[in-house]
Design a protein around this ligand. Structure first.
Ligand SMILES: [Zn+2]
Ligand SMILES: [Zn+2]
Length: 237
C-alpha cells in the first residue's frame, strides 16, 4: 500500500525546535497535510515520543518513535524504533554516550518534555545537539539490536551529513536507505555515488517549525501503515 510519511520531524525538545512544535501541533499539522505516518526524531532523544504516539492514536495517524542521532563523527542519522518500549531503552542507552554538557536555555532555548496534552512534564538538562560516542560503523547494528532501523540523514546538506563528513558512501557501513532533502537533485547524486542506486531513497522535511512541514510527495510502498512495516522497508527487506 502507498503510505505518505514524513520520517524526520523535530519537537520542542530539540534545542533548535520551535516551542510551537508540540506533540499536538505537529501531529495535527501532519494530519492536515495528508500524512498517514510520521516519525518524531528529536536530536539524541526519544523523550517526546510517548506524547506524540498518544496524540497520534487519538488523531488516527501512525506515529513511529524515532531519534536523529549525532554520531561520534558528527553525522546525523535518523533512527526508527518499533515501539515505545524499544525507543525508551534506545534513548536511555544513547543518553549514556553523550558528553556531560548542560543545555544553556538562554542560548539554545528550553528542551521541553511534554505530555499528550502539551503540558510540561520536564526539561531535559543535558544539551541534546552534541555528538554521541557511537561511531557511524557501529550504529546500524546497534539500532537493529533494539529492533529498529536507521538511515543517514540529509545526504545533500553541507554539514552533519555522511557525504559532507566522509565524502563517500561505503558498503561496509551497511545502510540500505538514505535520506535527501526535498531540494536535492537526485540524478546528480546517483551519478556521483553509484552505491545509492542499490539503496532506498527517502525524502523528509526535517521540520523544526510548523511552517517548514510540507505536503506529502512520493509515498512509500509499505505492506502496512505500521512501525514494523516501515522498519522492514528501511532495513531493505
Ligand atoms: Zn540533521
Ligand atoms: Zn533533523
Amino acid at each position: 500500500m502507498n503510505i505518505y510519511a514524513d520520517l524526520h520531524l523535530h519537537s520542542c525538545l530539540s534545542p533548535c525546535g520551535d516551542a510551537d512544535m508540540t506533540p499536538n501541533n505537529l501531529v495535527r499539522m501532519a494530519k492536515l497535510l495528508g500524512y498517514d505516518m510520521i516519525a518524531l526524531t528529536d536530536h539524541n532523544t526519544c523523550r517526546n515520543c510517548a506524547a506524540a504516539m498518544e496524540v497520534g492514536a487519538r488523531e488516527g495517524i501512525t506515529v513511529v518513535p524515532g531519534m536523529e542521532l549525532c554520531t561520534a563523527e558528527e553525522i546525523h542519522c535518523v533512527c526508527l524504533l518499533p515501539d515505545l518500549q524499544a525507543a525508551e531503552a534506545f534513548s536511555a542507552h544513547v543518553h549514556t554516550t553523550l558528553p556531560p554538557v548542560p543545555n544553556r536555555p538562554e542560548i539554545f532555548g528550553e528542551q521541553l518534555v511534554l505530555d499528550a496534552f502539551d503540558g510540561v512534564l520536564d526539561t531535559e538538562p543535558l544539551l541534546l545537539t552534541t555528538a554521541s560516542a557511537i561511531g557511524i560503523d557501529a550504529l546500524p547494528k546497534l539500532v537493529r539490536s533494539f529492533g529498529g532501523a536507521c538511515f543517514p540523514a540529509h545526504l545533500d546538506r553541507a554539514s552533519y551529513s555522511l557525504l559532507s563528513v566522509l565524502g563517500e558512501l561505503y558498503p561496509e557501513l551497511d545502510f540500505q536507505t538514505a535520506e535527501f532533502t526535498h531540494k536535492a537533485f537526485l540524478p546528480q547524486y546517483l551519478e556521483r555515488h553509484p552505491l545509492l542506486r542499490g539503496m532506498r531513497l527517502v525524502r523528509n522535511s526535517d521540520a523544526h517549525y510548523l511552517e517548514n512541514m510540507v505536503e506529502p510527495a512520493e509515498p512509500l510502498p509499505l505492506t502496512a501503515c505500521t512501525a514494523a512495516a516501515l522498519i522492514d522497508f528501511i532495513n531493505g527487506n
